[in-house]
Design a protein around this ligand. Structure first.
Ligand code: ZN
Ligand code: ZN
Length: 421
């Protein structure tokens, strides 16, 4: 039996990689423009990090984590999301002691969730995310949202829907929890098993259950916005003003609560119609309580995660033209064993000068080497046979029009360097 990759994972072949690099390059460019510094955190963390932060009652911790014991019995988890590891790093690397806010980004990092795989939903998936620690200013929430929209726009995607909501602070959310319980109580027995438990521990999550029987009951539920305390209401109004200022149209979506326990005040999602029911390409929000949960001082923070696979799906659906893998500068075709040695030497010379070059390793005929060079595709071919060797020249062939010229060997690098620039 041949080996297959695990379910819900993907291979990226050389033919696909240009699309990934395209997205990552734009992400890095936008982070630079907005002053976000790139970080890399470990792929695995202590399981406790996610239990404490993401929340015991969330789907992620309950059902979706890849958790295992290592050989000395530590419980480790392949990271299911990027915010908790970034907050852990903020504390561990003493980033609270430098000038605030601290603006961090991760680009194309892998994350892991045990879910039923489907289009745009993988068990190993990749995200671009940013996190900003140390400011409670609603302008930072707006900046983070603007960064996400700007990034998506630059990749070529439009017709995005931006939904925003506020889920308040722990003070105002308590009253809202009670109001939600009152609303759902008459329907309690018709809710799914998960929601019956959520009713007790985290009734906000009743609003984002994806099951139809629960969605129906959520209709007409009271809105968090009516329960916001003065400060939370002002923060949300400010955010909306800034979004207007940045020319970012948005809708207030009162069912938007995000699945994670650590969110406070701002939550937002960017959706695209081509993704269907699971149409979220980017989600984020403010999490002012998270750093404290990890043992740090109270630290306001806000960020988002954006799914690379989902974005690729949108780009494909919208038939947005993506760059392909660049071809080769020069293919060296040799005739005979003596020419092979000289050809290999030339190959390394060209590469050391920054000219991409390759040659034949299967002892093909000259005609087959020519075809290979054409299919590569290569801009130029260099022909090297006994005659050329003796005369100290090479035959340089322009593959686009088939024109050929004789070039002294010691001038080839310079000629090619000019031609490919
Ligand atoms: Zn509040
Ligand atoms: Zn439910």
């Amino acid at each position: 039996m041949t080996m297959k990759r695990p379910r819900g994972t993907a291979d990226v072949t050389p033919g696909d990689i240009a699309r990934w690099r395209y997205i990552e390059d734009i992400a890095r460019e936008v982070c630079h423009l907005y002053g976000y510094g790139e970080i890399i955190t470990p792929t695995m963390e202590d399981t406790e990090l996610f239990r404490r932060t993401v929340g015991e009652t969330t789907d992620i911790v309950e059902k979706e984590m890849y958790t295992f014991e290592d050989r000395s019995g530590r419980s480790l988890t392949l990271r299911p999301e990027g915010t908790a590891p970034t907050a852990r790093m903020y504390l561990q690397e003493n980033l609270y002691s430098v000038a605030q806010p601290v603006k961090l980004a991760y680009v194309g990092c892998p994350f892991f969730r045990y879910e039923r795989p489907q289009a745009g939903r993988m068990r190993e998936y990749h995200q671009f995310g940013v996190e900003c620690f140390g400011s409670a200013d609603a302008a930072v929430d707006a900046e983070v949202i603007a960064l996400a929209c700007d990034f998506l726009h630059r990749t070529g995607v439009d017709q995005l829907q931006l939904g925003v909501n506020s889920i308040g602070c722990p003070d105002c959310r308590n009253d809202y929890r009670e109001a939600l319980r009152d609303h759902f109580e008459p329907h309690l027995e018709q809710l799914c098993v998960d929601c019956q438990r959520r009713y007790e521990v985290n009734p906000l999550r009743l609003l984002d259950c994806k099951r139809e029987e629960c969605g129906d009951k959520a209709a007409g539920a009271p809105s968090m916005l009516q329960y916001l305390c003065g400060e939370c209401a002002a923060h949300f109004a400010e955010l909306r003003e800034h979004l207007e200022r940045f020319g970012l149209p948005h809708e207030v979506d009162q069912t938007l609560v995000r699945g994670l326990d650590y969110y406070t005040r701002t939550v937002f999602e960017i959706t695209h119609h081509t993704l269907g029911a699971h149409d979220v390409v980017c989600g984020g929000g403010r999490y002012d309580g998270l750093v404290e949960v990890l043992g740090g001082d109270p630290t306001p923070a806000v960020g988002f995660g954006l799914g690379i696979e989902r974005l690729l799906l949108i780009l494909e659906e919208e038939e947005i033209e993506l760059p392909s893998v660049p071809g080769l500068d020069c293919f060296i075709i040799y005739i005979g064993e003596d020419a092979k040695g000289a050809g290999l030497q030339l190959l390394q010379e060209l590469r050391s000068e920054g000219i991409s070059a390759d040659t034949d390793y299967l002892e093909r005929s000259v005609r087959a080497q020519m075809r290979f060079a054409d299919r590569y595709p290569s801009r130029f071919a260099v022909l090297l046979g006994a005659d050329e060797l003796e005369a100290g020249v090479v035959t340089l062939r322009d593959m686009s029009d088939g024109s050929q010229q004789s070039v002294p060997r010691n001038e080839l690098t310079a000629v090619l360097r000019d031609a490919v620039r």
